[in-house]
Design a protein around this ligand. Sequence first.
Ligand SMILES: CC(=O)SCCNC(=O)CCNC(=O)[C@H](O)C(C)(C)COP(=O)(O)OP(=O)(O)OC[C@H]1O[C@@H](n2cnc3c(N)ncnc32)[C@H](O)[C@@H]1OP(=O)(O)O
Ligand SMILES: O=CC(=O)O
Ligand SMILES: [Mg+2]
Length: 527
Amino acid sequence: MAENLPDGVQIVGPITPAVQEVLTAEALAFVADLHRRFNPTRQRLLARRAERQAALDAGEMPGFLPETAEIRTGEWQVAPAPADLNDRRVEITGPTDRKMMINALNSGASVFMADFEDALSPTWDNVIQGQINCSDAVRRTIEFLNPDGRVYKLKDQIATLLIRPRGWHLGEKHVLVDGEPISGSLFDFGLYMFRNARELVERGSGPYFYLPKLESHLEARLWNDVFNYTQDALGIPRGTIRATVLIETILAALEMEEILYELREHAAGLNAGRWDYIFSVIKKFARRPDMILPDRSQVTMTVPFMRAYTELLVRTCHKRGAHAIGGMAAFIPNRRDPEVTEKALAKVREDKERESSDGFDGTWVAHPDLVPVAREVFDRVLGDRPHQKHRLREDVHVTAEEILDIRVPGGQITEDGVRLNVSVALQYLNSWLNGNGAAAIFNLMEDAATAEISRSQLWQWLHHGAKLADGRPLTLEMYTQIREEELAKLGGSGVGRYEEATELLDGLVLSQEFVEFLTYPAYELLD
Ligand SMILES: CC(=O)SCCNC(=O)CCNC(=O)[C@H](O)C(C)(C)COP(=O)(O)OP(=O)(O)OC[C@H]1O[C@@H](n2cnc3c(N)ncnc32)[C@H](O)[C@@H]1OP(=O)(O)O
Ligand SMILES: O=CC(=O)O
Ligand SMILES: [Mg+2]
C-alpha cells in the first residue's frame, strides 16, 4: 500500500500492519476523493462559524432564521426509521476500544454508539484500530483476549451499531491530501462506509451515524451531500445511511427543524448533547460579561435554558416523525464502591425519569451497569411501544429568548468550582495525551465535551475578573496558585504527561483569544 499510494496522498504516521490493513490504495483513493469534493465547502462553513462568532462577540444575538420560516411552517416528515433503529430506548456510548466495544454491544442496550469523537483520543493507533474494531463488530467476529485470560466474544443478541465520526472542525494529521490534513469527519465516515456499508446492507442493517457539533443547517446539508455522493459511489440506495444529529450547540438549537429538513431522507432523530451544549453556550458568549455561567455543577438539566432547549427538541422531533434521544448523565457507578454506585444509580434514574416523562424516545448511558436502570425507567413509560412519537408536545412553546436566556437562578462561582475545573481539566488532558479520551474523574464521566466546559469557564471567569461568592474576583494570581496546588495534589508535573497538560491548560486559560477547541492545541502533542 505505502508504495502504491494514490496521487497526492501521503501517510505521515507509522505504517503498521493495522495501517496496511485499513489504508489500502482503494480505501485511500475513496477518502481522498471525498475530501477533494467536499473539503472546500467544509472550509467555507468553518469560516462561516468564525464570522458568526465575530458577530456574537460584537453583541449580536441569534434567533430563529427568517429565511427558513417556510421550512418551519411546512408539512413534511423525515423518512421512517429502519427496523433496527425503531426502538432506541437505551443507547450506550463509548470509545472504539476493542474490549469496551464488545462489552457495549453485549450490554443489553438497544444501540451502541462507537465514538471517534468526544470519548476518543484520536491517536493514530486509536483511529486505525477503531476502524478494524468497527469492521469486526459489523461482521460479528470481534473478540478480545484480556491479559488476565478472560475471553470476550459477542452474544447472539447485540445492540445496533452507530458510529460517531469526528466533527467538521477536526483534521486527521496523519493522512495528507494534496499537502493538507484530510478532514477527520470524512476520514472516519469514509473509511467506515468503504469497509462496511455493503456488508451492513447484506446483513439487513445499514450504516448508521451520529453527527456531532453541528452549528447550522448548512453543515447538515453538507453531510447530506456527502451521504448522497457516497451511497451512489458505493452502489447502495439513497436513504440507506441514517443519521442522528446531536443538538449540542446553541446555534443549532435555533435550527433544529432546518437540520432535520436538510437530512430528511437520512434523518433518524436528534439527540440532546447536553455537555457540548453547555460548552457552546460558554464559548459563543465568552466575550459577554453579562452572560457568565456559575459553577459547572449548578448548570443542571433543570435550569430554565436547558429545559427550553430539551423541550423544544422533543417537540421538533415528534412533529417531524423523528426520534428524540436524551443525553448523558455523567454519574458513573464504581464496582468497588457501593456508595458511589448507589448515588450514581439514583442520579441517573432521576435524569431518565425526567427525560422519559418529557417525551424522549430513548437515552444515553455511559456504563454497562447503567443499562438496567435506564431500561426500567423507559420500559415503564414506553411499555410495548418502540417510542412515544405520538406525544407531539404541542403544549411546548419555546421562544428564541428562552433559549438564549442563560441565567441560572441562585447560581454562584465558588473557589471549589474553580478548583474542580482546574483539577478536572488537568486530569482529562493528561488522560487524553495518554490516549484515553474518556475517564472517570471524581466519579463522573469526563470526556472532551465536559473538559471543554471546565477550561472554558476558567477562561471566561478570569477574562472578566468574575466575582466569587465570597466577593473576591478571580485573578491571575489566584488561578496560578490554585493550579499549582491542584497539580501538586495530582503528584506534580513529573507524573504522566502532566507537564504538557499544565502548559496546555495555561495556554487555554491565559490566552487573550478564546481557543475554539481544546483539541486544536492538544492534537499537536498527540502521536
Ligand atoms: C458528552 C458525551 O459525548 S457522552 C459520550 C461520550 N463519552 C463516553 O462514551 C464515555 C463512556 N464511558 C466510559 O468510557 C467509561 O465508562 C469511563 C471511562 C467513564 C469509566 O471507565 P472505567 O473506569 O473503566 O469503568 P469500570 O472500571 O467501572 O468498568 C467496568 C467494566 O465496564 C466496562 N465499561 C465501562 N464503561 C463502558 C462503556 N461505556 N462501554 C463498554 N464497556 C464499558 C469496562 O470496560 C469494564 O469491563 P470489564 O469488567 O470487562 O473489564
Ligand atoms: O456528545 C454529547 C454531549 O453531551 O456533548
Ligand atoms: Mg458532544
